[in-house]
Design a protein around this ligand. Structure first.
Ligand code: HEC
Length: 153
């Protein structure tokens, strides 16, 4: 038994060297971002997932927001947030716009303003309309509704 180990031991060194060179190539390949090298295959996929994830999440929220919008908001704000003249202002194109309020001031419609408009409608009332009723929208629902409102172009 011992003698067999000794015999195989003689060509163990070259095999080990080839292995080391291959391992070195793979590591170098990964470092150089050469994705064709086996073992680095997951890298570009992982990157793709990382860049896609936030977009995918907000699409899902906007979809959920759309459903909520249609059941709770569209009767006043119209289909796809197009607004109902004299009834409720359009929400499409609201993000980043300047809104005239009944108290004579103007506000830029950012996330905080839209959130407040949903949660506490009487805090800032849009000029030309009667006050929106407080619908008791939860924070989680308000969040996806904002995603939906932002997706309206
Ligand atoms: C009963 C009718 C009614 C319903 C239902 C309603 N709104 Fe309103 N909404 C209004 C009116 C009227 C205004 C304008 C007066 C004000 O600011 O309170 C308004 C204003 C807003 C504004 C501010 C718009 C701007 O131009 O600055 C946002 C944002 C908004 N609503 C979101 C929603 C969302 C989201 C829902 C559903 C959860 C909803 N509203 C449901 C009537 C309604």
């Amino acid at each position: 038994m011992l003698s067999i180990f000794k015999k195989t031991g003689s060509y163990k060194l070259p095999v080990l060297l080839v292995g080391l060179v291959l391992a070195g190539l793979i590591v170098a390949g990964c470092t150089l971002k050469y994705y064709g090298v086996p073992g680095c295959m997951q890298e570009p996929v992982r990157k793709q997932v990382a860049t896609l994830a936030p977009a995918a999440t907000s699409t899902v929220s906007a979809e959920k927001g759309k459903k909520l919008y249609e059941t709770r908001c569209s009767e006043c704000h119209g289909q796809n947030g197009k607004g109902v003249p004299g009834d409720a202002p359009p929400l499409r194109g609201l993000v980043g716009s300047h809104v005239n309020l009944t108290n004579g001031t103007t506000v830029t419609a950012d996330d905080a303003y839209i959130l407040q408009s949903i949660k506490k409608p009487d805090a800032k009332v849009v000029k030309g309309y009667s006050v929106m009723p407080d619908l008791g929208v939860s924070d989680a629902d308000a969040k996806v509704l904002i995603e939906y409102i932002k997706s309206l172009k």
